[in-house]
Design a protein around this ligand. Structure first.
Ligand code: ASP
Length: 325
């Protein structure tokens, strides 16, 4: 057995590890761990307490993948529900589809009686209002929300704060491999923007025959590279998990233009090996590892560097930093 989560998994990792130790299936254990993180408003990038989009609305993305059936359930830009990961699980269980977004996802969540929530906490609202007051002209304020958002959104892309995800990769006691993700995506994102977290093959992928991978950071990069699927495919073709993750990091060197920022790549194989590489990280990236016994422990990620434009600080970074300080 093995469990790898990123640092945002802190609140959920003990529960998931305990459940796996007690013989729970990987999907049940991952969903239970992620639900704890989604419900905790102190985690500012997942579930309730997550940062809003540029309209001040919290849109949540999540997914689960069962590596034994290759069934997935994913939900994108979901508003008004506490546990996107459980809505994703029900998509997998009840529908012939794999991914629902926006109004359709909310409709499905209502239909199954998913728990509703106001995910915009007061502190996020205050930070968003500070951005709004500082950034908009009087004309835009008067016309709001009927203003062009594209330019405003360019300035709001923020590689320093206001984004992250939780990712979980597990092999359970039966040998089955599963993955899960949940996020509010980038703060101040364009409404309807999906990151990689609900995009199977980009933000996560699991195949019980080979292993699993999941990413945090700039989803725009992993969507373009098909990162998580690529890692599992590299393992299928004989690469070790370490080589597969390095190869996927190297793939990112081909990215030209667009957003080049930070991505942390997590991978596990079928034999209890794992690799975590922080591409363009600042050296502080850590993750959680549980190897089937004892307590989960925090480990440092390996660092890699590609591209340029890293560490750009946007106006949004100023506002969120000012709020935090
Ligand atoms: N990968 C997430 C996204 O692009 C955000 C993050 O992990 O920083 O939405």
């Amino acid at each position: 057995m093995i469990l790898v989560t990123n640092n945002e998994g802190t609140i959920g990792v003990p529960t998931t590890a305990r459940m796996l130790a007690d013989g729970a299936g990987g999907l049940d254990a991952i969903e239970a761990g992620i639900r704890l993180i989604e419900a905790d408003p102190s985690v500012r990038t997942v579930g309730r307490g997550g940062w809003p989009n540029i309209l001040g609305e919290v849109e949540l993305d999540a997914c689960l993948m069962d590596g034994s059936t290759l069934r997935t359930g994913a939900v994108g830009a979901l508003q008004g529900f506490l546990h996107p990961v459980s809505v994703a699980r029900e998509i997998m269980r009840r529908l012939p589809h794999e991914l629902l977004v926006g109004d359709g996802a909310a409709r499905f969540a209502r239909e199954i009686g998913a728990e509703t929530a106001d995910n915009l906490i007061a502190d996020s609202k205050r930070a968003w209002q500070a951005w709004f007051d500082a950034e908009l002209t009087p004309e835009q304020t008067a016309a709001w929300p009927d203003v062009a958002l594209a330019a405003l959104c360019q300035h709001a892309i923020d590689p320093e704060v206001g984004r992250d995800t939780t990712v979980f990769l597990a092999q359970d006691s039966s040998g089955a491999i599963c993955s899960g993700t949940s996020t509010s995506g980038w703060g101040w994102k364009y409404p309807g923007r999906l990151g990689d977290s609900p995009i199977i093959g980009a933000g996560s992928y699991a195949d019980t025959r080979y292993g699993a991978a999941a990413c945090t950071g700039a989803g725009e990069m992993t969507i373009r590279c098909g990162t998580a699927r690529a890692i599992v495919l590299y393992m299928k073709k004989g690469a070790s998990v370490a080589d597969a993750v390095h190869e996927a990091a190297d793939d990112m060197r081909a990215l030209k233009g667009g957003l080049i920022s930070r991505v942390t790549i997590h991978g596990i194989d079928t034999r209890g090996n794992h690799k975590v590489v922080a591409v363009n990280g600042d050296g502080s990236n850590v993750y959680w590892l549980w190897e089937g016994a004892g307590e989960p422990r925090r480990c440092p990620a390996e660092a890699a560097r590609i591209g340029d434009g890293v560490g750009r600080v946007s106006p949004t970074a100023r506002y969120t930093a000012a709020r935090a300080g």
